[in-house]
Design a binder for this molecule. Structure first.
Ligand code: AMP
Length: 274
């Protein structure tokens, strides 16, 4: 595995990579969620590029940019063992210049749910993903369903800008209790870790209701709010179709149920695709 910190060296390294290239962009502090994307990309491509970059433009004022977990040494080992060919860890200066041309999230889908609670987040996310996809020139790029709205917007960006890359959605990885893995879970104190389980429990409750034939969004949300009682603050519970349009009734095979809530220090998100 080679470690690359500047764009020139990345372009040089890419010349050696014939065949298909898989790409997994991350912000590091790697866990088994990231690893499942890396493994899938490793299996499906001749070569594999992983990036670790804590992108400042997707953090809002007052968010955890400075304290975001950074574990470079451990991440490097994980990537090495997972068979990564190129680990790209650029500096901020390498990625950005002053007075940049920016792309923006779409006016509707980009400004509901996460986009409403974190205005500007998706603009920064799309900006860096566009750069990273162009730099990697990957055949396939892998993204987790955990960040469902992010995945939808990246898929839309690739379509709208006619980008030549296949976006591969990957399943959510959870711990043994059902908590969706996230780099920010390290912020959870022990009692908070227990309370954080209410997010996945609420989604399980929704599954049970749907399996029992209850399709009414209003009824499902009502029960989910009850289960989410253990969170410190619920930001939203939403039931939308795969296009992120609000639904009144669950459509089997075309629905995503999303939840965002604060438990202790971290703001947690989780979702379920039905
Ligand atoms: P991050 O480092 O949090 O920006 O995440 C990098 C990629 O890993 C994104 O595509 C995420 O959706 C994905 N990811 C993060 N957590 C999980 C998880 N628990 N299961 C599956 N994918 C995940």
């Amino acid at each position: 595995m080679i470690i690359v910190r500047d764009i020139e060296t990345l372009q040089e390294a890419k010349k050696e990579l014939g065949g298909t290239v898989g790409f997994v962009p991350t912000m590091g502090a790697l866990h088994h969620g990231h690893l499942s994307l890396i493994r899938q990309a490793r299996e499906e491509n001749d070569h594999l590029i992983v990036s670790i970059f804590v992108n400042p433009t997707q953090f809002l004022e007052g968010e955890d940019l400075d304290s975001y977990p950074r574990k470079e040494e451990a991440d490097r080992k994980i990537c090495e063992l997972a068979g990564v060919d190129v680990l790209f860890m650029p500096t901020i200066d390498e990625m950005y210049e002053h007075d940049e041309l920016c792309i923006g999230a779409p006016a509707v889908r980009g400004y509901i749910l996460e986009g409403e609670k974190r205005p500007g987040h998706f603009d920064g996310m799309l900006q860096v993903v566009m750069k990273l996809l162009n730099l990697s020139a990957a055949t396939r790029a892998y993204f987790g369903k955990k960040d469902a709205q992010q995945l939808a917007l990246i898929t839309q960006m690739v379509k709208n800008y006619f980008m030549d890359v296949q976006i591969v959605p990957c399943e959510i990885v959870r711990d043994e209790n059902g908590l969706a893995l996230s780099s920010r879970n390290v912020y959870l104190e022990s009692d908070e870790k227990r309370r954080a389980l209410c997010l996945s429990r609420a989604l399980k409750r929704a599954t049970k209701m749907v399996m029992a034939g209850e399709l009414s969004v209003k009824s499902i949300k009502k029960e989910m709010f009850e289960v989410l009682d253990e969170a410190d603050k619920i930001e939203y519970v939403a039931i939308v179709n795969r296009e992120f349009k609000a639904l009144e009734e669950v459509e089997i095979g075309n629905t995503i149920i999303l939840v965002a809530a604060w438990v202790g220090k971290p703001r947690l998100i989780d979702n379920l695709w039905i």
